[in-house]
Design a protein around this ligand. Structure first.
Ligand code: 0A1
Ligand code: ZN
Length: 849
């Protein structure tokens, strides 16, 4: 876990592994502190690779014996692995090792969670299980035998046989080691069936702890929906006889796409109306889909090396986004994705952790499972699709699956299928993968004699290691509206390739109002001098729902900015426009809820920093609150009806329509609570029969400094339930008064339910602290010090989770000198800690830059 001399690994140094593997047989004799793993690996020289030394990765294990072709050998062991002299031709390598799952708190490799055994091998966890070429371009067929007294024994592929205390599995599809998985535990399954389009019968199982069966139904339904969707949208069928999903409580990430045996963080599997919110249900549906879609984009076709991570992640996120658009509301999904991208990926681009979607070097690959690789990676796929059209996209994807099935490939291979299928040259487009940073578009326009010209200039600010930026291909979807709100030019895709470029529309009778970057057609920022009146016009009339929302968002940001910088009053015109949208019952309630949501305080800080100001988190918070007060006053007459419409009688359903109504109703409740002292929220809390309503009411009360009784009642009711208690821990910290955030967080780390070994709990507590912008940046720096203390402690147990949480500090250069000094001091304190992990030390070094 603790590394002496971290090395930088470069994309340019890629070299293939000198051997191929004809088959792997593994036997696990599970025991909490002394698990024995025997391996039998058949190697053969790789005809396409230069020869090289025989090196197998292996860490934190004891080698008991090794044999080559049956004869005992004495390999040389280093902290990273093993080397050994081997024959010139094919040979069989066998080893027996001992590992200690109980002591493995990193949750990487084979570990124990709540009495069960489970694995996490992406990106490099397999090397903690046995000696192996742990790299994604080495693909092999695995046969696995598990021996344990645990009742349920699972691994990848299809079951071969089982008996008392053992089970055998065989996965016919060659795979890299990062997709290996094993689970052994006292589990029960919620079973299901799926018949593929070509008639293959597949047994589905959602494996959970006894007692959780009633909460796995939604995951199962989501899985079936995903399997059907991938057949219809991409022509991809499932390829094994079983598909198993296991829920585990202690998990570093969301979920993992191991072949035939997906392992999930239990928060992304378990849901019932009483315990999970609408958002949880939607997220579960999306992540089940995401992991399932990896079966083709990730597993059947995988990455040549970890620099190509976006090859599987960008594409699979794009696929899960498309799935959600199809099964829910496409405009709402697009807006949600844009909000996330801007709040997190644009933020990453603005700071010291900015990196290209395909990085060129890393120290610890686990640090590159980022919003840039995932979400910006998905945006790139979306732009490709927009540029080549739906048919071109489908042809390219068909060619991709045809040409590369069973291979480990690169971004170059990916782009080549688009070039070959569509005849388009993507040389310049490829810059999206290599250039970091968010392109910034400045737009001006001119109108003369019926000709309307839009001129765009693109610029990307320097990012670490990349000072010069070349122009990128930017697909800009534009529509033009006439003065009466009619669309005079429907959505047209402009392809910008130059640093500065103009596009002209002819034959117009008057100067139009442009609707630019419709559907958020590229992940860029835009500046255009335009009047509030024009934005209000778009908020009222744009036929593109995304840009309609965007106009409202721009106005909200503008009024908040003026309040913060100039002490201005809230913009009355915007409040009026907002009222009109809210009352427009033709509009989807979920969409209206999004229009009602203000940009977050962190986004405002980023916005002010971009404008060249030093953001003051307390001032931002005060203005944010003042604007919400103004909204609650201006919209007072409309809010009760919206809230009442969300009290849906009958059985709870997590589908988009009722969930959208509840989202709007609860947004209304938040505003009503600012005026009624919490009466309505208290009543909702008392009568709620589902978590969405319950937690929204509690949040509304906490936001006005009330709700302590409800908080206690919530705890009394749910103290036995880890997932629900994560909400309890998180919500109160997220909504704490600025000066209360650090002391409250500290108190909650003393709570009997706080468990530093459980990543969900740690994230609920410290993710909420850093998410409470004014609380995290409260004067004095207590939150900074508290977070740093815990990062240091956590790093000794779980470097991956510590490293991810450390990104709370990545915006430190935005702030005033005092805060900068305080944050830098904490980063330096972390950096100076003895025995820091490679994960956390790389992050703090990059942040200190
Ligand atoms: N590939 C998984 C997420 C994942 C990534 C890394 C992990 O450990 C470092 C674990 C899981 C996905 O995209 O869902
Ligand atoms: Zn993924």
């Amino acid at each position: 876990m603790r590394d002496a001399a971290p090395q930088t690994i470069y994309l340019k140094d890629y070299a293939p592994f000198p051997w191929l593997i004809d088959g792997v047989e593994l036997t696990f004799r599970l025991s909490p502190k002394a698990t024995r793993v025997t391996s039998r690996i058949r190697f053969r020289p790789n005809p396409d690779a230069p020869s090289g030394p025989f090196f197998l990765n292996g860490e934190t294990m004891t080698l008991l014996s090794a044999r080559i072709d049956g004869a005992e050998v004495q390999p040389e062991i280093t902290p990273e692995g093993l080397t050994c002299a081997v024959p010139d031709g094919p040979f069989t390598f066998e080893a027996e090792v001992e590992i200690d799952p109980e002591a493995n708190t990193s949750l990487d490799g084979l570990y124990r969670s709540g009495g069960m055994y489970c694995t996490q091998c992406e990106a490099q966890g397999f090397r903690k299980i046995t000696f192996y070429p742990d790299r994604p371009d080495v693909m092999a067929v695995f046969t696995v035998r598990v021996e344990s007294e645990m009742p349920v024994l699972l691994s990848n592929g299809n079951p071969v046989d089982q008996g008392d205390g053992w089970a055998e599995w065989h996965d016919p599809w060659p795979k890299p080691a990062y997709l290996f998985a094993l689970v052994a535990g006292d589990l029960v399954s919620v079973p299901g069936h799926f018949t593929t389009r070509s008639g293959r019968a597949v047994d589905l199982n959602i494996w959970v702890r006894p007692g959780d069966e009633g909460r796995a139904g939604w995951a199962l339904e989501s899985l079936k929906l995903s399997m059907r969707w991938d057949e219809e949208a991409y022509g991809r069928e499932y390829d094994l006889d079983v598909f198993n999903i296991v829920a585990v409580d202690d998990f570093n990430m969301g979920a993992m796409e191991n072949k035939g045996l997906n392992i999930f963080n239990s928060r992304l599997v378990l849901a019932s109306p009483e315990t999970a919110t609408d958002t949880d249900f939607e997220r579960i549906e999306a992540v089940i889909a995401h992991e399932y879609f990896h079966n083709w984009t990730g597993n059947r076709i995988t990455c040549r090396d970890w620099f190509q991570l976006c090859l599987k992640e960008g594409l699979t996120v794009f696929r899960d986004q498309s799935f959600t658009s199809d099964v829910r509301s496409a405009p709402v999904k697009r807006i949600e994705d844009a909000i996330l991208l801007r709040a997190r990926q644009f933020r990453e681009d603005q700071g010291p952790l900015a990196h290209p979607v395909r990085p060129e070097s890393f120290v610890e690959i686990n640090n590159f499972y980022t919003v840039t690789v995932y979400e910006k990676g998905a945006e790139i796929v979306g732009m490709l699709k927009r540029l080549v059209g739906d048919e071109g996209y489908r042809a390219a994807l068909d060619l991709y699956f045809d040409r590369h099935d069973g291979q480990a490939v690169t971004i170059e291979d990916w782009l080549k299928v688009f070039e070959d299928a569509t005849g388009r040259d993507l040389t310049q487009f490829a810059r999206w993968y290599s250039q970091a940073g968010t392109p910034h578009l400045t737009v001006t326009d001119a109108f003369e004699d019926g000709r309307y010209t839009l001129t765009f200039r693109q610029e990307t600010a320097p990012t670490p290691g990349q000072t010069e930026k070349a122009p990128q291909v930017i697909p800009i979807a534009v529509g033009l509206l006439g003065a009466n709100g009619d669309e005079v030019v429907p959505t047209t895709l402009l392809e910008m390739t130059e640093a500065e470029q103009s596009f002209t529309f002819e034959g117009l009778t008057g100067k139009p109002v442009p609707s630019i970057l419709r559907g958020f057609s590229a992940p860029v920022e835009i500046t255009r001098e335009s009047s509030g009146a024009e934005k209000a016009f778009l908020l009222a009339h744009d036929t593109d729902p995304f840009n309609r929302w965007e106009a409202g968002r721009d106005l909200a940001r503008a009024t908040l900015t003026a309040m913060i910088l100039e002490d201005a009053a809230p913009d009355a015109g915007w409040l009026q426009g907002l009222g009109a949208v809210l009352r427009d019952t033709a509009l989807d309630p979920a969409f209206r809820a999004l229009v009602l949501a203000l940009p977050t305080q962190d986004e405002m800080a980023a916005h002010l920093a971009r404008l060249g100001h030093v953001p003051d988190p307390l001032r931002i918070r005060a203005c944010h609150r003042a604007l919400r007060e103004a909204m609650s006053e201006a919209l007072e007459d409309s809010l009760p009806a919206l809230h009442e419409d969300a009290q849906i009688p009958g059985e709870y359903s997590p589908q988009a329509e009722p969930a959208g109504r509840r989202a709007l109703g609860n947004a209304a409740l938040g505003l009503i609570t600012l005026r009624d002292g919490g009466a309505r929220a208290r009543a909702q809390f008392e009568t709620a029969d589902n978590m969405t309503q319950s937690i929204a009411a509690l949040g509304a009360l906490l936001a006005i400094g009330k709700g302590q009784d409800q908080l206690a009642a919530f705890e009394a009711r749910w103290s036995h339930d880890r997932l629900v208690m994560d909400k309890w821990f998180g919500l109160q910290i997220a909504l704490a008064e600025p000066e209360e955030a650090a002391p409250l967080t500290e108190r909650l780390t003393q709570h009997p339910g706080f468990d530093v070994k459980n990543p969900n709990r740690v994230r609920a507590v410290f993710g909420s602290l850093s998410g409470n912008a004014a609380g995290f940046h409260a004067p004095g720096g207590a939150s900074y010090a508290l977070l740093a203390d815990w990062l240091i402690r956590l790093d000794a147990l779980n470097p991956q989770t510590a490293s991810r949480l450390s990104t709370a500090f990545d915006s430190w250069r935005r702030y005033d000198e005092t805060r900068q000094g305080q944050m830098r001091a904490q980063l330096e304190r972390i950096a100076g800690t003895d025995g820091l992990s490679r994960d956390l030390s790389e992050m703090v070094q990059r942040m200190l830059g």
